[in-house]
Design a protein around this ligand. Structure first.
Ligand SMILES: *[C@@H]1O[C@H](CO)[C@@H](O)[C@H](O)[C@H]1NC(C)=O
Ligand SMILES: *[C@@H]1O[C@H](CO)[C@@H](O)[C@H](O)[C@H]1NC(C)=O
Ligand SMILES: *[C@@H]1O[C@H](CO)[C@@H](O)[C@H](O)[C@H]1NC(C)=O
Length: 803
């Protein structure tokens, strides 16, 4: 290159040389920065000097003044050579022409030739920027096409070798606009081609290269750091468009529901985000709060899934300069088993009639649970041991039905506890009591307290007196259990029962209507009916057996001797009678029974008290000692017969005894009055004898008849020891029905005379021939007792005779 340049200058140089040579001066044009020794030109030739003489003439190069000597002369060749580095830029700077003035001095003769060396620029300097890095701040909001002037690059070279152009490395945002100034300089501007976004790129580095026009060109680069400044060009952005959270309904106050966050790409105040709710209902405002700086949504109220199962809260975030963004928080409330089941009695049929058949529906129950899913699934039950069950009906409904028979009399109230439990965990349950009453149905008849009643009534009772009371109970309710008593109509001895007894319908007390006579009626039975007041009524009956008990109301009746005649009844006592001989016997009966009829005999007055004794119970009169001649022929005895009743009754009679072997010996008996009675007596005796024989005959016939019938009929309770004619039975005597059982209870032994069977009992019936009939028909059950009783009754008829 240098050679080429040099040759160019050489071609050009002769013209200059020629011009200068005329004046004795030479001028050379020579590029800077040539090596030392480089030949600038041949001065000997150019000045026409003799080469050989140069040394002798001491040719040398002088600098003008104290300037630096850049050149030297080769004394052998006369060539001007570079002695010192020639740097145009340090010599001349930006001057467009740079000439070094040197002087060739020769001596002998002294000669001086000016040498001008025109230093030519070579491109030995690169363009240079003042700094390696240029910092530039551009707001991101800068418009497209905005221009930013760049500092020039400096190039020490001049002319074409100085900065001729600028280049910008390819980048997204800027282009370079280069313009040439009139001064020949260039300046460049960055032109914004694409909008800056700090949030995307907050710094752009550009490389600008300044290029000079040298050959080859040189360049210098500078880095431009563009800092993109923020503008509030970004709204905050929520991290999620919709925040979905789930929250259990029992969450306590202060629970953080969700923390939302919105980011703002901007910086500083532009990026400071505050949060708030959008439009909220008043209710929601009492439940949620929003931390304006923290983004925390907190619970401040209570949640109830059953009231609101989800919330949709509009939220917004605002940056410092008011850019707003919107979002949504969706809160799903999850159900918690916080509602116990509710039991509703929809209908209830109380009271239930006790005859309701099993399976009768008595109530409808509805259960509700506000919770959902399993928490709202309810099972329903009732306690065991009641005749009721729950039958599931349509959804959430149950029927309460009976499972068995009800009996109000056993249990009239039911207290049923319904328990409903849901299937949550833990499960909740609730209970409800239902009270059922069982309504009465007249299903129980009155029941008497005893299977049968017996009443003992003392005879001669006062009419109207109460004799006993019956009582029946009926467990039914009110009138269904109210018992009314009545007598069932029947006959007693041919008379209606109502003429004997009456009953108090309310109390069941039986009253005697009449005064009873044991001797006429010993017992009877009535049926008492107890009826309740239900409709239809139920009833039951009971037998009341009334037993009339004896009272000592009958005096002993002396049958023999007849109390009537005094001398008529004369017993003959043989004179030879020894001590203990039976002389006579007092026969007495008592219509009463038992102790009241137990008779005792006493001699209360005697002609000769020591002569006779009387058996206290037999009534037999015996001699106490042998009869002696001195004893009075006529002996009178007053005998008293007493019964053994409480206040004993007695009867007396007189007995006339004649101690004689012959009736004729007793002239005293044939007195006037006695004759009459004697003839009467004889008459009666005859009648008595006839009667006795007739009776005896009849008796024999009956015995035969009985024997004859014996094979078919049970043996009669009759041993024939004492034969009593039926005529002694009371005319209206009727064996009371049911006398059989009575017999076992009451001892009806008639106390006639003890030992009479063995004694020589003489039955004298001569005084009352009217009663001595031939009606000898025996009753169908002629027991001894009956017969003897009949005898007693008959005696009653005679009683008037005895005083
Ligand atoms: C039913 O039973 C409940 C509890 O067992 C009790 O509180 C209530 O008094 C009872 N009601 C009746 C009428 O017995
Ligand atoms: C008595 O029973 C009848 C049915 O036999 C019934 O209709 C009535 O209500 C009952 N009376 C009372 C007071 O319970
Ligand atoms: C008395 O009760 C019996 C059963 O106890 C019954 O057979 C009879 O018919 C009843 N008599 C009357 C008159 O009601």
């Amino acid at each position: 290159m240098m050679h080429k340049g040099l040759s160019v200058h050489r071609l050009f140089l002769p013209v200059l040389f020629m011009a200068h040579s005329a004046y004795g001066d030479v001028s050379y044009s020579f590029p800077e920065e040539m090596k030392r020794g480089s030949v600038i030109g041949n001065m000997v030739k150019d000045l026409g000097l003799d080469v050989n003489r140069l040394s002798s003439r001491k040719a040398r190069i002088d600098t003008e003044g104290n300037r630096k000597r850049y050149c030297d002369i080769n004394l052998n060749t006369g060539e001007l050579i570079v002695a010192e580095r020639i740097d145009r830029e340090s010599l001349c700077g930006k001057k467009s022409s740079c000439v070094i003035k040197q002087e060739l001095v020769l001596e002998n003769p002294l000669e001086s030739h000016r040498i001008d060396i025109n230093v030519q620029d070579i491109n030995d300097n690169s363009p240079l920027f003042r700094k390696n890095v240029i910092k530039l701040e551009i707001r991101e909001s800068a418009d497209l096409g905005a221009r930013f002037l760049l500092e020039e690059a400096h190039d020490a070279d001049i002319g074409i070798n100085s900065v001729q152009n600028y280049n910008l490395a390819r980048n997204e945002y800027f282009e370079l606009a280069v313009t040439a100034k009139t001064t020949g300089k260039f300046h460049s501007e960055l032109v914004l081609q694409k909008e800056l976004d700090r949030e995307k790129t907050h710094e752009v580095t550009l490389i600008v290269t300044a290029v000079d026009g040298g050959t080859p060109p040189r360049s210098g680069t500078v880095a431009i750091h563009v800092t993109v400044l923020d503008a509030n060009d970004n709204a905050p952005v929520f991290s999620q468009a919709v925040y979905k959270v789930s929250l259990p309904e029992n969450s306590p106050v202060d629970t953080v529901v969700v923390t939302v966050s919105a980011t703002d790409a901007d910086e500083g105040q532009n990026g400071e985000v505050t949060y708030e709710f959008g439009h909220l209902s008043e209710n929601d405002m009492t439940i949620f709060s929003f931390g304006s700086n923290t983004g925390k949504i907190t619970l401040i109220g209570s949640l109830d899934y059953e009231e609101e199962s989800s919330f949709e809260l509009p939220i917004q975030a605002t940056d410092g300069l008011g850019m707003v963004t919107y979002g949504t928080v969706v809160i799903e409330i999850s159900d918690i088993n916080d509602n116990a089941p509710l039991i509703v009695i929809t209908s209830l049929n109380s009271p239930i009639p006790e005859n309701a058949s099993p399976g009768t529906e008595v109530g409808i129950i509805n259960v509700q649970d506000r919770d959902s899913e399993n928490n709202g699934q309810v099972r329903c039950s009732i306690q065991q041991n009641v005749p009721f069950k729950l039958v599931p009906s349509i959804k959430n409904y149950y029927s309460l039905v009976t499972t068995g028979e009800l009996d109000r009399e056993l249990l009239s109230d039911y207290n049923i506890t319904i328990t409903a439990t849901d299937e949550g965990s833990p499960p909740l349950s609730s209970t409800k009591n239902i009270h059922f009453t069982v309504a009465d149905v007249n299903d129980n008849p009155p029941v008497f307290e005893e299977q049968n009643y017996r009443a003992n009534v003392q005879e001669n009772n006062k009419p109207g007196s109460s004799i006993c009371s019956v009582s029946a109970t009926d467990p039914d309710w009110r009138q269904n259990g109210t018992v009314v008593y009545s007598l069932l109509p029947s006959d007693v001895n041919g008379a209606p029962v109502s003429s004997f007894l009456s009953i108090n319908g309310d109390t069941g007390v039986l009253h005697a209507v009449r005064s009873f006579d044991y001797e006429q009626l010993r017992s009877f039975q009535v049926l008492v009916l107890a009826r309740d007041n239900g409709s239809p009524p139920l009833s039951s009956n009971v037998t009341v057996s009334v037993f009339i008990t004896d009272e000592n109301d009958n005096s002993p009746q002396i049958l023999y001797p007849s109390p009537e005649g005094n001398s008529l009844m004369t017993e003959m006592v043989p004179k030879a009678a020894q001590a203990g001989s039976l002389v006579s016997k007092v026969i007495a009966v008592d219509a009463d029974s038992g102790q009241n009829a137990w008779l005792s005999y006493h001699i209360i007055k005697a002609t000769d008290p020591g002569l006779f004794t009387i058996g206290v119970h037999s009534g037999e009169i015996r001699t106490q000692r042998d009869i002696s001649e001195s004893d009075s022929m006529k002996q009178n005895l007053i005998v008293s017969v007493r019964d053994n009743g409480q206040s004993s009754l007695s009867a007396t009679c007189a007995l006339y005894l004649l101690i004689s072997d012959n009736l004729a010996e007793v002239p005293e008996l044939k007195d006037k009055s006695h004759d009459e009675s004697s003839s009467k007596l004889t008459f009666y005796l005859i009648i008595a004898l006839v009667s006795v024989s007739t009776f005896f005959l009849t008796f024999i016939i009956i015995i035969l008849a009985v024997r004859f019938c014996r094979r078919r009929k049970p043996r009669l309770l009759f041993d024939g020891a004492v034969a009593i004619p039926s005529a002694y039975l009371p005319p209206n005597y009727a064996d009371v029905e049911g006398a059989g059982p009575l017999r076992s209870t009451y001892n009806y032994d008639a106390y006639l005379t003890t030992g009479s069977r063995t004694s020589d009992f003489k039955f004298i019936r001569s005084y009352n021939e009217g009663t001595l009939t031939s009606d000898l028909t025996l009753k169908k059950t002629p027991s001894v007792e009956n017969i003897l009783e009949g005898l007693g009754s008959e005696a009653e008829n005679i009683s008037q005779l005895c005083t």
